[in-house]
Design a binder for this molecule. Structure first.
Ligand SMILES: [Fe+2]
Length: 481
């Protein structure tokens, strides 16, 4: 089934609508407007039945043996037969639009759509959105109240998703400009962000509010940035966050969302992706609706970060630059941002020329530029392998990248040499032998997750990457970590 929003289609008897229970089991199929909205102001989703079936053998035999019931006969919808005999049909949500081809006119429409899709796939130049509004500077967080006031919709709150590490930080929490029924939800970042975590937050927000909130404000590190982006998308798109992991699967615009990083390096505040661990993979929700509508970059918010975390997140930025600048997707756009961020990282992590305040401000901008650089290019080997590590061992992104990058001289000799200098200068211990405890099954899952990230490998090693990175090669690389 797929969500439909066009009233002509919702009321069209040729479009079969379906309603489902909380677990997505079909309640009824009909050619009528289903459900009928007595109060037009209620927010309700309509679903079109697409009619792609998967049967168990017994279900087909039952269907053949059971006589047609009255409801099936009157609606002329065959799957009603299962419901009339008390059997269950589990529905799955699709996000890809399709057209039925019943008439020559439908065929013409389908051909036009196919041509349009081909044109999009073959686009030589990427057309991607950037964050439209950003405020930068020490103390800029204090402007948040006035920024939000312009965006407030009548009687609907702003929901602040705040990293749970701030739960006892009274003086910081008092600075969050709560008005009327605005609410803070504390979000744990003890583990990498998950699609299930996003689903729970979305249900909680929907259950507690009759209408959609005025906006979602994420305050925290990269994990909170990703969760805030994903929650704002899922509030306007049906199903689970896992349904949207991939490229351009989101159809409806997200609710207004603001990113306020309290940690610099991930670039999540500027990127077009919300990276999440799902039931089958770690992958981003990459879409034009993912980027924040507003970002607040206040370097003062990064004052209290523990040293290790500061280093690991900073290295995420450094690795973004190395992977982008050494990638086959590089162009002048990515290069200009990547080179600036690379220089800033060297200044911050290898010299003693900056005050703490200058270093915080520069790392915040390095993070931004690093994110912009990979927006038009891609990351590479370290990120592909680090995603596998996170998925199987739950290793957090920053430290995972460091563990992997530490062993990647073969791919990034200059970058790894500089990285090792930074590690030594700041006396950071990078964990080793992390894969020695893995079972064969876990190792294979790790390899599967890493290999599924095709654009990252293509950027790192070119179109022929599959010849260079076999499962055996990847196993050897993982065993070195
Ligand atoms: Fe990263």
């Amino acid at each position: 089934m797929i969500e439909i929003t066009n009233w002509k289609e919702i009321n069209d008897p040729n479009t079969v609508k379906v309603i489902v229970d909380k677990n997505n089991f079909a309640l009824y199929f009909s050619r009528s407007t289903l459900p009928f909205p007595r109060d037009k102001n209620n927010e309700i989703s309509y679903f079109k039945h697409k009619g792609i079936y998967a049967f168990r053998k017994q279900a087909i035999l039952d269907f053949y043996n059971l006589p047609m019931g009255t409801l099936e006969a009157v609606e002329k919808i065959e799957c009603i037969r299962f419901l009339e005999y008390g059997k269950k049909i589990k529905m799955a949500i699709s996000t890809s639009k399709s057209v039925e081809i019943d008439t020559p006119e439908d065929l013409r429409r389908a051909n036009v759509l196919l041509k349009k899709k081909e044109r999009n796939i073959n686009n030589k130049h990427r057309n991607f959105p950037m964050v439209p509004k950003v405020v930068f500077g020490s103390g800029s967080f204090n402007q948040l109240g006035s920024i939000l006031e312009e965006k407030r919709k009548e009687n609907t709150p702003f929901i602040f998703l705040v990293d749970a590490v701030f739960k006892d930080n009274k003086s910081f929490l008092e600075r969050i400009p709560l008005v009327e029924n605005d609410k803070i939800l504390f979000v744990s970042t003890a583990e990498e962000p998950k699609t299930s975590q996003v689903d729970v937050l979305v249900s909680e927000i929907k259950d507690q509010n009759k209408k959609l909130p005025s906006g979602i404000i994420g305050i925290g590190g990269g994990s909170i940035m990703d969760i805030a982006k994903a929650v704002s998308i899922l509030l306007k798109n049906p199903g689970s966050a896992a349904d949207y992991q991939g490229w351009d699967l989101v159809h409806n615009k997200a609710v207004y969302h603001v990113g306020i990083p309290t940690l610099s390096g991930t670039g999540a505040e500027v990127s077009r992706t919300a990276v999440l661990c799902g039931p089958e993979r770690k992958l981003g929700i990459n879409s034009d609706f993912t980027p924040f509508n507003q970002v607040v970059l206040d370097p003062d918010l990064t004052v209290d970060i523990p040293k290790n975390q500061w280093f690991y997140s900073g290295m995420d930025c450094f690795i973004h630059c190395v992977e982008s600048l050494n990638g086959t997707f590089l162009n002048a756009f990515s290069q200009s941002y990547g080179e600036k961020a690379f220089e800033l990282c060297k200044e911050i992590f290898l010299t003693d020329s900056l005050t703490a305040e200058e270093a915080r401000a520069k790392l915040m901008m390095a993070s931004w530029h690093g994110g912009m650089s990979i927006a038009y290019s891609q990351v590479g080997v370290a990120h592909a392998m680090s995603y596998g590590l996170s998925y199987v061992l739950g290793t957090k992104h920053g430290i995972g990248n460091c563990i992997v990058f530490n062993q990647l001289e073969e791919f990034y000799p200059e970058g790894v040499a500089l990285f090792k200098e930074m590690v030594n200068k700041h006396k950071i211990k990078i964990p080793k032998n992390v894969c020695s405890v893995l079972t064969d099954k876990q190792m294979n899952t790790m390899i599967d997750v890493a290999l599924s990230l095709e654009p990252l490998w293509e950027n790192a090693l070119g179109k022929e990457w599959k010849r260079k990175i076999t499962r055996e090669k990847l196993r050897t690389l993982y065993e070195k970590l």
